[in-house]
Ligand binder design. Structure first.
Ligand code: ATP
Ligand code: MG
Length: 429
């Protein structure tokens, strides 16, 4: 490899460029406000965890653990480590480690990058981002309803129409066990129609076969025994109450009996939010998880949404996004003027204005082109003339601000520069 060959980013791991920043920022702002609005507190856990955490916490017979994890051995101490493929396991580990549910239940949320070694395609990357919430210590359907309502508010506040809710109940393990027997018997009777993946999972994780994306198996799984028929009274009551709470909020949903979710630790409620057949968010209840990871038995539920998939919808709804721009652009020429320009820019920043100082010299004409492109509403101009007079020229850049020509460009004493700009900003509200 020659020294000057371009080095590319890793396949499936994307740069988020400034052109998309407006969407990302808006998503982050809406999420933070929404989480606050429901009493969720932010938690930040490490990107790297012990591999064992995910093997135990996600389940050995899942796509993630079977084939998607970035695992490596720490070369210094031989520890088996993994880049987190999701954040629930980490949040639960942290909650146990720091005793976060000691005084009662906790509502937590997180956002950050996750890593899965998948075949990259649109909406599916190797580094992607999730936003998620975990309600720890809540056993009732009220908490399920709450996280679902929180999601609906996110879509509303982000201006995303047409995000549809699908729900299902996975019951408890004895119920799933009875269903599992029936399911295995049914699938064995139709073994000739199973693909390789399904045959492998037939005895290890047959429920996941229902989640298959293989078109050739759709008819088969459609007609398979349904878990809901195996639910006992308590599980049904939980599911019914959740539905009553959703109906009371006029939140439409569809029961999808084939919804089982990719992770093994779910029980009772599971849900997904879907747009045009694409899932942007999934969640549900995972009461066994805390105990499986060594904590005291603690019921819990939560969700995780795929940030890139949501951003893609935001881009569709509003292609531009708001352009990021500054308030003031400082144009200058000459050594004396440069000193005055730095001075002026700092004083303007003191007032909270966003100021871009022209760097790198060039003609006034070239500098004004930059000033126009910056989105600033005013250019501060400092040249030999201005410095000799102890003044600065203000040039108002927005053609649509309705000002007469002599109000569009005028001089002010250097000592009054900040004031003159701040006053005009205030007058124009
Ligand atoms: P899928 O069935 O599409 O593989 P999943 O069940 O693996 O999804 P979850 O683990 O529930 O997905 O993750 C929650 C959300 O995170 C998904 O709904 C999706 O929006 C997003 N997501 C998951 N994997 C990826 C990925 N590789 N790239 C981008 N977003 C992803
Ligand atoms: Mg997946």
């Amino acid at each position: 490899m020659s020294k000057t060959e371009k080095i590319r980013g890793v396949r499936g791991m994307n740069d988020v460029l400034p052109a998309d920043e407006a969407h990302w920022r808006r998503l982050e702002d809406v999420v933070a406000a929404c989480m606050r609005g429901y009493g969720y507190q932010r938690i930040r856990t490490p990107i790297v965890e012990q591999t064992r955490l995910f093997v135990r916490g996600i389940g050995e017979v899942t796509d993630i653990v079977e084939k998607e994890m970035y695992s490596f051995t720490d070369s210094l101490n031989g520890e088996a480590l993994t880049l987190r493929p999701e954040c629930t396991a980490g949040v639960v580990r942290a909650a146990i480690e720091h005793n976060l549910t000691y005084d009662g239940p906790r509502r937590l949320w997180y956002t950050g990058p996750m890593f899965r070694h998948e075949r990259p395609q649109k909406g599916r990357y190797r580094q992607f981002h999730q936003v998620g919430a975990e309600a720890l210590g809540f056993g009732g359907p009220d908490a399920d309803a709450e996280v679902i309502l929180l999601c609906q508010r996110l879509w509303d506040d982000l201006g995303l129409p047409g995000v549809q809710l699908e729900i299902n109940s996975l019951g408890q393990s004895q119920e799933r066990h009875a269903h599992r027997e029936a399911l295995i018997a049914y699938l064995e009777a139709n073994a000739d129609q199973l693909d390789e993946d399904a045959r492998r999972r037939l005895h290890s994780n047959p429920l996941r076969i229902l989640d298959t994306k293989n078109p050739a198996m759709q008819a088969l799984v459609e007609a398979a025994p349904k878990l809901i028929a195996f639910l006992g009274e308590e599980s049904l009551a939980h599911f019914d109450r959740l539905q009553a709470l959703l109906r009371a909020q006029n939140l439409p949903y569809r029961i999808n009996p084939r919804l089982v979710r990719g992770l093994d630790y779910y029980n009772l409620t599971v849900f997904e939010w879907v747009v045009d057949g694409l899932t942007i968010c999934g969640g549900g209840r995972y009461d066994p998880l805390v105990e499986m990871l060594g904590g005291r038995p603690t019921p819990a539920c939560g969700f995780a949404l795929g940030v890139e998939r949501v951003i893609e919808l935001m881009r569709r709804a509003e292609p531009q996004g708001a352009e990021a721009s500054c308030d003031v652009y400082v144009v200058h020429q000459g050594a004396q003027a440069e000193l005055a320009a730095f001075q002026a820019a700092e004083r303007l920043r003191d007032t909270g204005l966003d100021v871009v100082m022209h760097c790198g010299g060039g003609s006034f004409k070239a500098q004004f082109r930059r000033a126009d492109a910056s989105g600033a509403f005013v250019a501060v101009v400092l040249g030999d003339d201005e410095i000799a007079a102890g003044e600065a020229t203000l040039k108002w850049l927005r053609a649509d601000d309705g000002q007469a020509a002599d109000a569009r460009q005028f001089r002010v004493p250097l000592g009054r520069l900040t004031e003159a700009i701040v006053e005009r900003v205030r007058d124009e509200g």
